[in-house]
Design a protein around this ligand. Structure first.
Ligand code: HEM
Length: 605
């Protein structure tokens, strides 16, 4: 080719590309769309949206560009409407819920929209409709039954663990939330470790700050051969392990039911109800598609209650350590209202200051700061602006909760805004308000969170127990004696956040409180073991009798009983300690129960 021909051709192609670019630029920034930062064709504003603490940038843009509570941006071809005013969220996500309640694709998951696995991330499919209904039924029933005492039980265990290992508080906090869910779903607190691991695995995988393929989405489509696509390979492994684990749990419950060994829990409830139904009514009432779907629905329920509750609970510690005045107020209220006893769920109406501090913690440090995106299923026009089908609507909770009109002095921790007449958010009577229920943090419309009551109840019980037992203080540097700072602005950047690791001290409020907390746990644990033993004695099927007698129990961890050396001695002593000797000398049953029940080595004097 002649040089001149080459130059003309290159100039022509460059001109064509420029015309195309200008047209695309005009189109994407056209006035029919809601206002927002200037967009580059296709990439939009991906180049200056940080992955870390993304909600702060969204808020910065909101202050610059939002008109009447919303603005628009785009990223790699995806269209976003960022909502910064609660009224707009009401209009778009509640009033227009019929077309605005779908979920977007999460690139680094396999088929999150169409699969049966992750209820909160599903598209508006048949799986979503029936799983939401059943999940709602289980959670409501558990709330009405005060969670069968599980919250109080796990709070007592947590206090004992904090007394024994205060420095491991972040791990034991998360483990407490996991044990609550594992008891409710499978009646097995020992599953908490694996369940929490699964929870963080999924949370990371679905977050923009997780795999790079959630942001640079085209990378996900690289050929899945050799080392070219490590992201798909890793996700395939995680996904298969998670499904297998959920299915194992499900089948294990079924087997235990057949042997008469399964106490009530959601999985047993599901299996009993579905086996009782005739095939025709099963189709109409439950319609869950056999074990694969049921195991996912129940497994996801266990998982979602971990990272969601662990965040506000961690931030409650931050709030209390950095606001000792409010900590003292909470302690005073608990001591007076509960007359020195450990608070329980039944005390909730009498603890408005505690509820205000919990709610203000969730306002001050929202743990889903970007909100969870809904996707539109039809073209729409809102306030004169065009919102095309497939737009992701992001209800920016960080912005809602920093609205200075509704929350004066929004950057500071001010629990009095929920307690004193004159603040815009005050609502009486204080026996009922403040309540977490209905907070913008739980989302909107048809996709609103189903775990609001459980969250509130678990936080009241756990935070109440903390304030009853401990003075929550900054930790001192062992060398300098100076207080170690507790940062208030450091967190991860996953979709659901928690503070970065920090140090703090848990000082029992008195020796009597320390002793009482340990006594309460010892009492609760032995009662639990007795109940489990009684259940096995009453319900195990006759055919299992020989197997049970010959069973050799494998404790998963060491239980230290006095200074006894042999396992047999430990078994006998354990049975004796828990009154099982009198109930038939079932040392092995007791041994199984002890190893099953305690989550850390316990020493009995
Ligand atoms: C502080 C605690 C929690 C917060 C801030 C929270 C927040 C949220 C948010 C923002 C959504 C999405 C709402 C929307 O799309 O508009 C959601 C959905 C959901 N939450 Fe929660 N949640 C919490 C605790 C829990 C707990 C403890 C459970 C149950 C054990 C739970 C179960 C669910 C379920 C099943 C959904 C899916 C609803 C659907 O897609 O239809 N959440 N939550």
């Amino acid at each position: 080719m002649q040089l001149i021909t080459f130059i003309i051709l290159t100039a022509f192609l460059a001109g064509l590309a420029l015309v195309h670019f200008v047209r695309a630029f005009k189109e994407i920034n056209g006035s029919k769309y809601p206002p927002g930062p200037t967009q580059m064709p296709w990439i939009g504003r991906i180049h200056d949206l940080p992955i870390q603490l993304m909600w702060l940038k969204f808020k910065e843009w909101a202050d610059l560009y939002a008109v009447n509570g919303f603005y628009r941006t785009t990223m790699l071809g995806a269209n976003f409407v960022i909502v910064t005013d609660e009224k707009v969220a009401e209009d778009l996500l509640v009033e227009r819920a019929r077309t605005n309640s779908d979920r977007p694709v999460i690139r680094s998951l396999f088929n999150n929209k169409s699969s049966m696995e992750y209820l909160p991330l599903m598209g508006r499919s048949q799986y979503w409709a029936r799983q939401r209904k059943l999940t709602h039924a289980y959670l409501t029933e558990a709330t009405n039954a005060h969670y069968h005492g599980v919250l109080d039980f796990e709070a007592k265990r947590w206090l004992a663990r904090l007394i024994a290992h205060p420095d491991g508080f972040q791990a034991s906090l998360e483990d407490m939330a996991a044990k609550v869910m594992c008891q409710l779903v499978w009646d097995d607190p020992l599953l908490s470790g694996e369940c929490a691991e699964g929870a963080w695995g999924l949370l990371r995988q679905m977050s923009p700050a997780g795999p790079i393929t959630n942001v640079l989405t085209p990378l996900w489509h690289l050929p899945d051969v050799g080392p070219l696509n490590p992201w798909k390979r890793a996700e395939r492994r995680r996904h298969a392990a998670q499904r297998d684990w959920w299915m194992e749990r499900h089948l294990c419950v079924r087997e235990k039911m057949a042997r008469g060994e399964m106490r009530p829990c959601w999985t047993r409830q599901f299996l009993e109800r579905s086996s009782k139904m005739s095939s025709s009514s099963a189709a109409s009432v439950s319609a869950i598609d056999g074990d694969p779907e049921a195991s996912c629905m129940l497994g996801m329920l266990a998982l979602v209650g971990i990272f969601t509750v662990a965040g506000p609970l961690s931030y409650f510690l931050v709030s209390m350590v950095t606001h000792p005045h409010w900590q003292a107020e909470v302690q005073k209220e608990i001591d007076e209202a509960c007359k020195g006893q450990l608070p329980t769920l039944a005390d909730t109406p009498n603890l408005p200051v505690l509820r205000a501090c919990i709610k203000e913690t969730m306002r001050w440090k929202p743990n889903v700061p970007t909100g969870v995106a809904h996707e539109t299923e039809a073209d729409d026009v809102y306030n004169g602006y065009f919102i095309p089908k497939g737009t992701r609507i992001l209800p920016l909770d960080w912005a809602f909760l920093r609205n200075p009109k509704k929350y004066p002095d929004p950057d500071n921790f001010r629990p009095e805004r929920w307690l004193e007449v004159g603040w815009p958010t005050y609502q009486g009577p204080l026996t009922q308000y403040p309540t977490l229920k209905g907070m913008s943090s739980f989302g909107w419309g048809q996709r609103q969170c189903l775990g609001q009551s459980l969250t509130e109840d678990e936080l009241v019980v756990a935070c109440g127990a903390l304030a009853w037992c401990f003075n929550l203080r900054p930790k001192r540097d062992p060398v300098t004696g100076l207080e170690l700072p507790v940062p208030v602005d450091k967190s991860n950047s996953l979709l659901i956040i928690k503070p970065d690791p920090f140090d703090m001290a848990f000082e029992p409020r008195s020796e009597e409180r320390r002793q009482e907390a340990l006594r309460l746990w010892c009492e609760a644990e032995s009662k639990d073991m007795r109940q489990r033993a009684d259940f096995l004695n009453r319900h195990r099927t006759q055919e299992d009798e020989p197997t049970r007698k010959n069973a050799s129990f494998q404790p998963p961890y060491e239980v230290v009983v006095g200074d006894m050396s042999s396992a047999d001695e430990k078994k006998d002593e354990t049975a004796y300690r828990f009154g099982l000797a009198a109930a038939g000398g079932e040392a092995e049953v007791a041994w199984q129960l002890v190893s099953h029940s305690s989550a850390f080595p316990i020493t009995m004097q």
